[in-house]
Design a protein around this ligand. Structure first.
Ligand SMILES: O=C(O)CCC(=O)C(=O)O
Length: 215
């Protein structure tokens, strides 16, 4: 029985893509940059990770997901998604994620000046799971430019971005295997969120690679 309450999440065959080999391809010449404002940007590469159906299932079943709680006024509420954080020394739950992190580190080495070191995994079980507007402002993201790279797996969800302090939001749809890198000042001058949706969406896993100290 999986954490999602089904015997086999993809038991009826591939829901997402048809490839067998789990792979991430080269980034150079394929990833495209979109400038936002105030020194923020996003890089996008749809379908970067291919053949990821079995990866998705492995992560659903193999990652030690846990719920977190937070204080909301006078109540403690459960954060509406499941989480697992892999620190610098922790082996990642699948070799393709290690490969993805290393490719990202190599591609952005000069611009970022340090490698991606940690991985935060989030499981959005359905459209009721979400994350509110925020920037990753713990660590370097608070005061200087940094990068957060996200690989999205499973059901498509919208990542919303808006300038901190006001301004129109932009919507980035993230599908199975898509890569988005938020860079420049994005964590301190913009905010991002995965809103709830009333659409009948299935589960999604987000894998976020960050440099040391950024959360
Ligand atoms: O689900 C996502 O891709 C975004 C996650 C996120 O912003 C976070 O965990 O800080």
């Amino acid at each position: 029985m999986s954490i999602l309450g089904q015997d086999s999440f993809l038991g009826q065959g591939s829901l997402f893509d048809l490839g067998d080999d789990i792979e991430v391809g080269p980034l150079a010449g394929r990833i495209r940059r979109e400038q936002l404002s105030r020194g923020a940007w996003i890089d996008l590469l749809p379908g970067w990770l291919t053949g990821a159906d079995s990866l998705f299932e492995d992560l659903v079943d193999g990652v030690p997901w846990h719920a977190e709680e937070r204080q909301m006024y006078d109540r403690v509420v459960e954060v509406p998604r499941l989480l697992c954080f892999y620190g610098e020394q922790d082996p990642l739950p699948h070799p393709v994620l290690t490969h993805a992190r290393d490719l990202l580190s190599a591609h952005y080495a000069e611009e970022l000046g340090e490698p991606f070191r940690t991985a935060g995994l989030c499981l959005y079980r359905d459209g009721k799971d979400s994350v509110a507007w925020h920037g990753d402002t713990i660590g370097r993201g608070k005061s200087s430019d940094t990068m957060v790279a996200i690989v999205s797996l499973g059901s498509p969800r919208s990542l919303m971005l808006r300038p901190r302090g006001g301004g129109p939001a932009i919507k980035q749809n993230l599908g199975h295997g898509d890569l988005i890198v938020m860079g420049g000042s994005c964590q301190r001058t913009w905010e991002h969120a995965i809103p709830k949706t009333s659409k009948a969406v299935g589960p999604r896993i987000s894998v976020q690679f960050r440099p040391r100290g950024v959360r």
